[in-house]
Structure formats: C-alpha cells, structure tokens
Design a protein around this ligand. Sequence first.
Ligand code: HEC
Length: 150
Amino acid sequence: MKLSIRALLVAVAFAVAAPASAQFAKPEDAVKYRQSAMALIGNHMGRINAQLKADKPNVAAIQSSAALIETLSKLPFEAFTPGSDMVANTKVKPEYFKDTAKVKELAEKMQGEVSKLAAASKAGDVKSIQAQFGTVGQACKACHDDYRMK
Ligand code: HEC
C-alpha cells in the first residue's frame, strides 16, 4: 500500500491538536483508562509498602516501583472527561468536575510528592524513602477523601 505523506501529516496534526477528551471514544473508555492507571499506581504503592515492612527492604525493587509510579502518576487525569461521572461503575464524585482548580492542585501536589519519592528511592536511604512514602500516601488520600466515593 502506498501511504500518502500528506494524509499522514494531516492525521498527525489532528492527533496533536485534538483535545484530551477526543482520545476516548466513549466515556466508559475514559473511566477504564483512569481506573487502570490508578490501579497500577496502587499496586506499586503496595509493593513499596511491602518492601518497607520487610526486614531487609529491596531498594532496587523500590526504585523500580517508584520510577513507574512517577510515570503512571501523569496518566489518570486526562481521562476525567466531562460527563464520565455518569458512567455506572465510576467512583468519582460529581464535585470533581466542578472544583477544577482544587483538583488540579491536588493532582499536581501528588505528582510532586511522587517525584520526590522517586528521588529518595534513587538516593537509597530507607528512612527517607519511608517518610516520603507516607507523604505520598497523604497526597493520595487528600483527593480520595473529597472526590472518590467510598
Ligand atoms: C486529584 C485526585 C486524586 C489523586 C491525587 C489520586 N487519586 Fe486515586 N482516584 C481518584 C478518583 C476520583 C478515583 C475514582 C476513579 C473512578 O472510579 O472513575 C480514584 C481511584 C483510585 C483507585 C481505584 C482504581 C480502580 O481499580 O477502580 C486506586 C487504587 C487509587 N485511586 C490509588 C491512588 C494512589 C495510590 C494515589 C497516590 C499515589 C492516588 N490514587 C491519587 C482521584 C485521585
């Protein structure tokens, strides 16, 4: 098949220009995407927690999970698309879509703390990792308390 460069360039331009919500064909897809990202973040937080509770924490494993969480923490928020609070299995509260400035602040706070966790993990001091892990947990909870249903 001969690919038209022009058509390709047009497609790329559209892909770049499209708003985040256009990345999801249906609100259900957006919910699945953000829940999947959150679930992976939660899984790796659990792995770090398990290491921190171990007699000899595996710092390499913590570093790996912390680096993944740093990347994953960038994923969920574009998937909170307008109207996706109406999807049956979502736990997002409708207020999430009204308090946009507050939500943005909470998301950025969490991402900042997660970056610090990745840095602390690289440095390798278990006490500092432990302290920063707790701070990240607080940042997760701050948003869940107000914007996620029990
Ligand atoms: C700015 C808000 C916000 C922050 C910060 C946040 N979350 Fe969430 N999280 C949510 C919302 C809202 C949901 C519900 C999403 C849904 O059901 O559509 C959720 C869902 C989850 C879920 C359930 C996913 C599933 O399987 O349905 C887990 C696990 C989770 N978050 C973990 C975390 C962890 C760990 C952090 C911190 C590193 C974190 N979240 C930070 C808002 C946030």
